[in-house]
Write a protein that binds this ligand. Structure first.
Ligand SMILES: Cc1cc2nc3c(=O)[nH]c(=O)nc-3n(C[C@H](O)[C@H](O)[C@H](O)COP(=O)(O)OP(=O)(O)OC[C@H]3O[C@@H](n4cnc5c(N)ncnc54)[C@H](O)[C@@H]3O)c2cc1C
Length: 487
């Protein structure tokens, strides 16, 4: 880690400016959820936010929560799901899963949906059955991951688990976050804004007993009798940490979030002895669909070979594109499947159209015969309704035999992929921060994008796996901290 902040020993603190039970650092969805539950559990709470107002990246989000196991919304819309099926799916989706964390999330997911509604977060009883990246209307439920993609569809019965808040537009997450913040205000959760935490304070035995923060040009010292909860977001806006952990990002990659998602909570946690997990994991998105008809095309690399099932979740596709030679990829379509990608901001440019596949292969500088072979093999499989190579779902299989053919450039190095980090502090199912050896750092909790929980990389990500676990483990952190013996 390029930056290192040492913790402060409690006996060097000049004077405590405030003493509470639980200090929550960061006022996004993880911090707000932690604060609400800690206060409800009887703790005196203080939320400390570095920027001038609450909300974090959470308030700018699309408002999708990945929930399931039989939520009220799933049940009322007639979609069968249970915690065990969801658990099998998420376990398979995670590169190095912590089974206890995944289990806790799946078992608690139906009740967590109820909790969100009880905080005033609205979910419409409506379902979208198509394939989409986000929904800009108020529809409540849709599939947002790889559930129907092989091998996942054989591991766990697919169920739609993207629970989307009833808000319009691309940033409907504001509807969810504003509801939670209104609940915080109604319950008079104390908060300080423009107050950035710069160090953790540790006690005699190394446990975390407070924080130092910068406010109005001066240092303030805030004592936490029962615990400190970090909810500071990821490190998407920290170039040094990105260079260290995610060197495969391209010059055209665009960070998704807010500038204060600069990894400070991760660095603070490490200063107190915390370990990290999955720091190289990101979710990158540069979806070529909608329109979903483009999924009928094929994705090939510079060698003219397919490398992923085209019906994968867009984050999974991007993760595979990042691994291809020179990070190059093309979407190949024929005259029947041709359409322009709707999301123009990803800048997937149309390379050209060609009368023959041989001409296309040559123009794309692929090895002679490679694309011709790939396409004819694919077309034979599509005729039979069976993709033997990547088991793309038969719903999307059609022979691409109607020339002319066209290619869109989806290369990671030229298109514009949005990304955010998924790695963070190592935690357990109680949201306690752990040392590299797996022991709790006494008095320290983390939730949201500064913690590593369920979502670990783009190949297994599903939309909603940030807001869902972030709010869920935020609540757990708040409850656990509130119940600790005061020091
Ligand atoms: C456009 C967009 C759309 C998205 N859509 C979705 C979606 O639909 N579903 C989904 O699951 N995820 C989505 N995400 C990701 C998701 O929004 C984030 O992962 C999630 O909001 C993180 O929540 P958090 O509470 O951990 O962090 P944040 O909401 O970012 O809150 C962290 C807070 O901590 C503060 N902070 C940081 N350091 C300090 C410090 N040292 N001292 C004090 N305060 C500090 C920050 O200022 C910030 O307010 C989206 C992200 C974006 C940008």
């Amino acid at each position: 880690m390029s930056e290192h902040i040492a913790p402060l020993a409690a006996d060097t603190v000049p004077a405590w400016d405030e003493t509470v039970d639980v200090v929550v650092v960061g006022y996004g969805i993880a911090g707000a959820s932690a604060a609400l539950e800690a206060q409800r559990a009887g703790a005196e709470v203080l939320v400390v936010e570095g920027t001038s107002g609450p909300g974090g990246a959470s308030i700018t989000s699309s408002g999708i929560f990945y929930l399931g196991g039989g939520t009220a919304l799933q049940r009322e819309l007639g979609h069968e799901d249970d915690p065990e099926t969801m658990y099998r799916f998420l376990l398979a989706s995670s590169s190095t899963p912590d089974a206890a964390i995944v289990r806790a999330y799946c078992s608690g997911s139906p009740a967590h949906f109820d909790w969100l509604e009880a905080q005033g977060v609205p979910f419409e009883r409506s379902y979208f059955g198509g394939k989409s990246v986000i929904l800009t209307d108020t529809t409540g439920l849709f599939s947002t991951g790889n559930e129907k993609v092989w091998p996942y569809r054989e591991i766990a019965r697919p169920a739609p688990r993207g629970h989307k808040v009833a808000g319009q537009g691309e940033h409907a997450g504001a509807v969810a976050m504003n509801a939670i913040l209104a609940t915080c205000r109604a319950e008079q959760v104390p908060a300080m804004v423009d107050t950035r935490v710069s160090a953790l304070v540790t006690g005699d035995e190394g446990g975390v007993v407070g924080v130092r923060a910068r406010r109005d040009g001066s240092d303030v010292y805030l004592r936490a009798r029962r615990g400190v909860v970090l909810g500071t977001g990821g490190f998407t806006f920290n170039p040094a940490m990105l260079a260290e952990h995610v060197p495969q990002l391209a010059a055209t990659s665009e960070p998704l979030g807010i500038p204060s998602n600069d990894g400070s909570g991760i660095v603070l946690g490490m200063s107190a002895g915390a370990g990290t997990h999955g720091m190289g994991g990101i979710i990158a998105t540069g979806s070529f669909y909608p329109p979903s008809g483009l999924i009928r095309g094929i994705l090939v690399n510079q060698r003219g070979e397919r490398f992923v099932a085209e019906d994968s979740y867009h984050g999974r596709t991007a993760a595979f594109i990042m691994e291809q030679p020179d990070q190059k990829a093309y979407l190949i379509v024929d005259a029947e499947t041709f359409a322009y990608p709707k999301i123009t901001s990803h800048r997937h440019s149309l390379v050209d159209g060609w009368e023959t596949v041989e001409e296309m292969e040559q123009a794309l500088a692929m090895p002679a015969g490679a694309l011709v072979t790939t396409l004819s093999t694919y077309n034979e499989c599509a005729e039979r309704g069976e993709d033997v190579q990547f088991l793309k779902h038969p719903d999307w299989l059609v022979p691409l035999t109607n020339g002319p053919w066209a290619a869109f450039d989806l290369s990671f190095t030229t298109s514009s992929y949005l990304f955010m980090t998924l790695g963070g502090l190592r935690t357990n199912a109680d949201a306690q921060v752990l040392t590299p050896q797996g022991h709790p750092v006494v008095g320290l909790y983390a939730a949201g994008a500064c913690a590593s929980t369920i979502a670990q990389d783009g190949k297994g990500y599903a939309s909603g796996l940030s807001l869902g676990p972030g709010s869920f483990f935020g609540r757990i952190a708040g409850c656990h901290a509130a119940r600790r013996r005061a020091v």
